[in-house]
Design a protein around this ligand. Sequence first.
Ligand code: ATP
Ligand code: MG
Length: 559
Amino acid sequence: MNENKHRHFIQRIIDEDNVTGKFDNRVQTRFPPEPNGHLHIGHAKAICLDFGIAKEYGGKCNLRFDDTNPIAEEEEYVDAIQEDVHWLGFEWDKLCFASDYFQQMHDYAVQLINQGDAYVCDLSADDIRQTRGTLKKPGKDSPFRKRSIEENVDLFKRMKNGEFPDGSRTLRARIDMAHPNLNMRDPVIYRIMHATHHNTGNNWCIYPMYDWAHGLEDSIENITHSLCTTEFEDHRPIYDWFLDRLDVYHPQQIEFARLNLSYTLMSKRKLKDLVNGGYVNGWDDPRMPTLSGMRRRGYVPRSIRKFMDEVGIAKRENVMEIAKLEAILRDELNKCAERRMAVLNPLKIIITNFDENNVEELDAINNPEDESAGSRKVPFSRELYIEQDDFMENPPKKFFRLAPGREVRLRYAYFITCNEVIKNEQDNIIELHCTYDPATKGGSAPDGRKVKATIHWVSANDSMNAEVRLYDRLFSVPNPATSKNFEDVINPDSLNILNECRLEPSLSKVEIGEHIQFERLGYFYKDPDSTTEKPVFNRTVPLRNTWAKLEKQQQSQNN
Ligand code: ATP
Ligand code: MG
């Protein structure tokens, strides 16, 4: 194992447990999502930790659906979450549902009642809240706190049998209404809810509360280290109290800091509002920080895992830069993405000295980072498209690309010179007339003359039409979570759809799942909205490495 100083605090706790033999040197973790929405990049941190720890110690990790609230949960999410965990690259030991333990949880509750540790309370949710006290003021005992064990057993049974309406009664733990930790002031452990559950149907009309259920789920599954985020730190006493009172197997809860990411909302509820409010086109919209959205956008799962390694595990929360994640993504894509040429905003050029019946097949390298990717042929003909941006009729000083009278290199092809700009009656440029120099085939001139720019292109008649979707940040502020209103912070230009893009012919063979670099434009990923006539590509991320720039700036500031 690594040196101690490189190990995070959870690894050190487990190392220590393995020395003392606390859990018989077993490591069993779980990832416990509530199936009330799709997983987001924040969950990926917990997934990488839960599954990563299990793997590191030769242990096991369960995928457990914490499905104790029938109102919010749906089968659709159960399926999507499994797909997302698999996509991230993890395999669970057991697939578990908290709802499979409803009977056991109920029986444990009866045990608590029989021990005098729980009572049926007739206060409303409001009354319970009002009698709970504050951090400074103790709470008030419920008038039902002294009910006899017999009466509690009977009432709880009748709650379970459906004799009482929603909200009329609860089962509460009898702990201490003056406890300094508010979570310990006789917390509710069961509520009445006549609702159909995705797994148990109408079998139950009482449902367990999180604090009661979670520790039991961990105990039933023989979890050793129950890893959760720091907002549960104040819940650990109640987690421990229940397991101690029941005298059952007792896992250890350990809290770590949640992931926060700049420009990113990270709450299922808020993401659901984005979907329902029509701000995005569904949970898997490529602008969403959901794993399904990131997958559709073209993220490689390894980049997310690597990012989580860099984020690390600690107790203190901070905000990570999304640019950092994108920089790691670029690195990964650079290695695996084959290069192709595509023109997003086409401008036609005519090579006036190239025979119109001729098509030349030129060699193009697929990936300079990976020799085994080989090469392909790209057709070159009299009519080509280049990017509108790569031409200026009156170029400023620092513009080195095509301009009247100027010579540039066409990638993998020849030097061309622009001789004439053809305009329509509205004075808009419709095409350029150029000549090519046949001696510059492959991109260099025998006489040694240089050009200052290389631009990409496609052959007009051989290219295919495509739709390309360019994305920008969904939010225009670094911390959208602090804003009440999406309208105030949403970026109106987060999606730019280009419909008249032209692709080199080899791109007709790309399948969904292949990552491609469009030279000079970025990394792209084919979208499921594609048809055979018209493919649709999402830009995963542009090429420019803003993170490297940011870091450089920071470094120079520090010096
Ligand atoms: P949300 O508020 O988005 O619904 P949650 O915590 O309620 O998140 P759960 O489905 O209960 O969602 O979470 C499953 C696991 O993922 C929990 O262990 C939770 O702590 C962890 N998790 C959720 N968000 C983050 C985050 N931003 N960073 C790290 N872990 C997270
Ligand atoms: Mg939640």
